[in-house]
Design a protein around this ligand. Structure first.
Ligand SMILES: *Cc1c(COP(=O)(O)O)cnc(C)c1O
Length: 220
């Protein structure tokens, strides 16, 4: 399948899940995950209508960034772990950082002095992603972000332990949605290529999709 066909297939899957859960299409943002893919692929995706891109590494995206200057209304989200010593650079490159998980990082992002949308990455299991804040740290982190004039906290993000069966990841999505309700955070970034339907059914507002759009990532 070429990129146009892959986008169509993903869009059909989103529509099916949207209908099943009685939601509207505009309540779900497709974040196209382009780590390891060159700017040419991102430009093609843009020309086919994609507008929100997810990148994992500050350094990699810094190198691609200048080649993307013509994508005027594209939005770039950092979805990989962010070290606080790269916080300033991240605020210059990204519109949103989805992976805030420590008060130190919160301070550094705010000190950079640029308005930035942030989400808190929540670690819901000892397995899986090493990064993320455990749920019990949420109240403190939320409080810390809300005192920062440059940061706008919009939601929660999670990355469950990888499992091919979406019914295994569904409870993690449900838990993140519950935490979003408890803390009154409307946005939920959850669900990837293989489990985006379950994520949408559980309330995802942002699904992060790489492989289903672009195929296997280049190894290098
Ligand atoms: C790579 C990545 C994705 C995309 O995963 P696919 O299975 O390729 O869709 C989503 N979220 C994060 C945090 C990632 O690192």
């Amino acid at each position: 399948m070429n990129l146009r066909e892959c986008i169509k297939t993903v869009e059909d899957r989103i529509q099916t899940a949207i209908r099943r859960s009685h939601r509207t299409r505009d309540s779900v943002t497709l974040v196209a995950v382009t780590k390891k893919f060159p700017p040419t692929v991102m430009c093609e995706a843009y020309s086919l209508g994609l507008r929100v891109f997810g990148e994992n590494y500050v350094q990699e995206f810094a190198e691609k960034h200048t080649a993307l200057a013509s994508l005027a209304d594209a939005q770039f989200h950092l979805i990989g772990h962010l070290q606080s010593n790269k916080a300033r650079q991240a605020t210059e490159l990204f519109h949103a950082v989805e992976t805030v998980d420590s008060e130190k990082l919160v301070r550094r992002l705010n000190e950079a002095g640029k308005p930035l949308e942030v989400m808190i990455e929540v670690k819901l299991s000892p397995e899986g992603a090493k990064a993320g804040a455990p749920p019990e740290q949420l109240p403190g982190l939320i409080q810390a972000i809300r005192t920062c004039p440059n940061l706008k906290l919009t939601g929660l993000m999670t990355m469950p332990p990888w499992n091919p069966d979406p019914e295994t990841t569904r409870p993690f999505f449900r838990r993140l949605a519950e935490l979003g309700r408890i803390h009154q955070l409307p946005k939920l970034s959850m669900g990837m290529s293989h489990d985006l339907e379950a994520a949408i059914e559980e309330g995802a507002t942002h699904i992060r999709v790489g492989t289903a759009l672009f195929g296997q990532r280049p190894k290098a």
